[in-house]
Design a protein around this ligand. Structure first.
Ligand code: ZN
Ligand code: ZN
Length: 428
């Protein structure tokens, strides 16, 4: 499938757009570390490897074979204004011509951001099959407390060594598998937004993401038929494919919908104490909640109420309503949702000529989604949490309602959850 991705770069015969693929070298295998060392020797004079205390041993292994500087961040470092500044401060005087991200998702986001700021290429060396962002061009950051996505750099190459990422704790691989399962609702949201607003959807990229999801689902269902190393390899392949789909698309749309908005919202811990959940774990739990919500919509007599496709944006973006939950972050949230006035909100792009047709189009998409129980079963099989309480969140109705209503505000991206939340505010 990786070869197929390479052939998708350039002018697309399906949608006519130019799909850029920055990641020229994609290596998954037992000798990826050796290939990475050769790559550094060939392409770099001054290389800086960024790792944390958990992944330092892998960085040192590369350093002993190739000339490189190593910067070690504390374990569990998040991509914030503080960690990116520390990394830039270490790297700048060295004037590197190459960065290596040696670690999991956050290390990649830190490097992606700093590499972009310094205009230096970077190489991905993932140490766990834990997220799909390794090869994407988007950096997910927590900037002064707000979860934001920056367009940054995609890596020029990725070297995923079987003997490295397969050694990672099982919890990380489970989280990676859950991140991929989140694509069920991400893809449904993309399809629906495409139908409601004409937002660009490339069928070839959509299919690539769907193939990655289907392959990971089969792997999870037949987990006992493969070794632990083979299992990790297949999850890693799914994650890289999903990241490449984002790269080809130029944003995270193929891989991130309402389930990711819930995970971002919970990571901002606005209405509950901070939780100790990995990204994919929160996505998996979010998936179950979004599926429950979407199936409830499917059972509704009419989806296309007036308030659903013509929400009252003055109410939806009412400052007092948002401040209740977002507090000091409200200005940032309003900027995100309306970068250029109310007409720039994704909700204002909804154009429904015939509500009956739109209703059946949405139903068609929802009919293909798994049930919440099917999703829970898949999450359990891969060892990931499937309930709010399992990641330290309250299980009460009030918490859930506030999560579903406010999470869509973390991004301007249109999702079905966003339409439902806007409808709720409109009729209140
Ligand atoms: Zn295309
Ligand atoms: Zn994700």
């Amino acid at each position: 499938m990786i070869e197929k991705v390479k052939s998708m770069a350039g002018i697309c015969p399906t949608c006519g757009r130019n799909h850029a693929l920055v990641t020229g070298e994609i290596v998954i295998g037992p000798d990826a570390t050796e290939q990475l060392i050769t790559y550094i020797e060939k392409n770099s004079h001054t290389c800086v490897i960024i790792c944390d205390t958990n992944t330092e041993k892998y960085a040192r292994r590369i350093q002993s074979a190739a000339i490189a500087h190593v910067f070690v961040l504390p374990e569990y470092s998040h991509a914030t204004e503080i960690t990116t500044a520390a990394t830039a401060e270490f790297a700048s005087p060295l004037k590197p011509d190459l960065f290596i991200a040696c670690g999991s998702g956050s290390i990649h986001d830190i490097v992606r951001y700093v590499a972009c700021q310094m205009n230096v290429p970077f190489v991905s060396y993932p140490t766990a099959a834990s997220v799909d962002g390794f090869v994407s061009g988007v950096a997910a950051m927590t900037w002064h407390g707000q979860k934001l996505t920056f367009s940054a750099k995609a890596p020029v190459a990725v070297f995923a060594d079987d003997d490295v990422y397969a050694q990672a704790p099982a919890r990380l691989t489970a989280s990676g598998a859950a991140d991929i399962l989140g694509k069920y609702t991400a893809l449904a949201d993309w399809r629906i937004a495409h139908r409601m607003t004409g937002e660009h959807l490339c069928e070839a990229i959509y299919q690539l993401e769907k193939d990655a999801l289907d392959a990971v689902k089969e792997t999870i269902l037949h987990r006992d038929e493969c070794t632990a190393a083979e299992y990790a390899r297949r999850i890693m392949e799914g994650l890289l494919l999903s990241g490449l789909a984002m790269q080809l698309q130029g944003n995270s749309r193929p891989a991130s919908g309402a389930e990711h908005h819930l995970s971002h919202f919970w990571e901002m811990h606005l209405i509950h104490p901070e939780i100790d959940a990995l990204h994919g774990e929160a996505v998996g739990v979010g998936l179950v909640q979004v599926l429950t919500l979407y199936h409830s919509l499917y059972r509704r007599r009419s989806i296309m109420t007036d308030a659903f496709f013509r929400p009252d944006l003055a109410k939806v973006f009412d400052r007092a309503y948002l401040e209740e939950v977002f507090g000091a972050l409200t200005d940032g949230i309003l900027d995100e949702n309306m970068p250029d006035g109310m007409a720039s909100s994704s909700l204002s792009h909804i154009e429904v000529e015939n509500p009956l047709i739109a209703d059946s189009q949405i139903r068609q998409v929802l009919a293909d989604l798994p049930t919440p129980d099917e999703a829970r079963n898949l999450l359990r099989l891969c060892g990931a949490p499937d309930a709010l309480s399992q990641i330290g969140l309250p299980e009460d109705d009030d918490f859930l309602m506030r999560s579903l209503n406010y999470a869509p505000y973390v991004r301007n991206r249109l999702t079905l959850m966003k339409m439902m939340s806007a409808e709720t505010v409109t009729v209140q």
